[in-house]
Design a protein around this ligand. Structure first.
Ligand code: ADP
Ligand code: MG
Length: 284
């Protein structure tokens, strides 16, 4: 297939100046800011060491590039180029300067309902677009959702398609991956489909409103055991002032049975989400 995103060998330094310090670090590499020499525009580059990356992960990286190339949505990070030289792979994408949703939650402890709904609406629009194109993300969490800039009202962008997959809607998946707090119970126990992303979004929604995760524990094993049981509560003080509409949406996203769990489109149509995010203007 022809593509606007070219694969180039050993030429990143010809086109880009890489800047320090790293913006973020991951399992197999780091993300740095870079300047496109021809236009002077700043972008981000995810750099992955070939020597430190097992073959399976290298294949996954190419999958990430292929998927990013296909996706074109305002709430999904855009890819510009993919380079490689003897030592590294480089994925050049648009730069987000506003930081992770994760850090914003830590900073503000929790969001009010309006801000939560507007945040979730953007995330679900990205997820709905992915699912309509038969792409599942599989690692949705606040560390992988970035603010485009520091300006008020900055768009959110979903990043890190390193665990994503172009799936066949008629074939269930079985690879166990994700992050303990956010992973869906069916991913841990049996075959699963794209609804695993909705569970993770339900966890994000819960955290945004109260500031702590619905399934918690002292270690990953304990957290995942609680995910498998799937019981969560709105008992803490933090939930006292939160509307029934918000709680009801969480319950429909953290539904253990994926066939009964809402789809991304269903979440976008939810009355609380529409009303609280200001999309639906209700006559009084
Ligand atoms: P990993 O697979 O290692 O988790 P990510 O793609 O999630 O890699 O990137 C790691 C971190 O780097 C992110 O959580 C974020 O903080 C930062 N980052 C990633 N992409 C960008 C970007 N386009 N702009 C700014 N920061 C980014
Ligand atoms: Mg990540």
């Amino acid at each position: 297939s022809s593509s606007l995103v070219q694969e180039k060998y050993g030429k990143i330094s010809k086109d880009y100046q890489l800047l320090n310090p790293p913006l973020g670090k991951g399992a197999f590499g780091e993300v740095r800011k870079c300047v496109h020499k021809a236009t002077n525009l700043t972008r981000a580059v995810k750099i992955i060491s070939k020597a430190q990356t097992p073959k399976a992960e290298q294949d996954r990286l190419k999958q990430e590039v292929e998927i990013l190339k296909q996706l074109d949505h305002p709430n999904i990070i855009k890819i510009y180029e993919f380079y490689q030289d003897q030592k590294y792979f480089y994925i050049v994408t648009e730069l987000c300067t506003g930081g992770e949703l994760f850090d914003k939650i830590i900073e503000e402890r929790s969001f009010d309902e309006r801000k939560t709904a507007e945040t979730m609406r953007q995330i679900l629009q990205a997820v709905n677009y992915c699912h309509k194109n038969n792409i599942v993300h599989r690692d949705l969490k606040p560390e992988n959702i970035l603010y485009e800039s520091n300006k008020p009202g900055a768009l959110l962008k979903v990043v890190d398609f390193g665990t994503s997959l172009a799936y066949d809607p008629n074939v269930k998946m079985n690879q166990k991956l994700g992050t303990p707090y956010y992973i869906a119970p069916e991913v841990l126990s049996k075959k699963y489909d794209e609804k695993c992303d909705i569970w993770s979004c339900g966890v994000i929604l819960y955290i945004l409103l109260c500031g702590s995760p619905p399934f918690n524990g002292e270690n990953d094993e304990q957290i995942m055991n609680r995910v498998k049981i799937g019981k969560f509560s709105f008992d803490s003080e933090d939930w006292a002032g939160i509307s029934d509409g918000a709680k009801s949406l969480i319950a429909k996203m953290l539904e253990k049975d994926p066939t009964k769990r809402l789809s991304a489109q269903d979440v976008l149509n939810d009355p609380w989400l529409k009303q609280a995010s200001g999309i639906d203007v209700v006559d009084k």
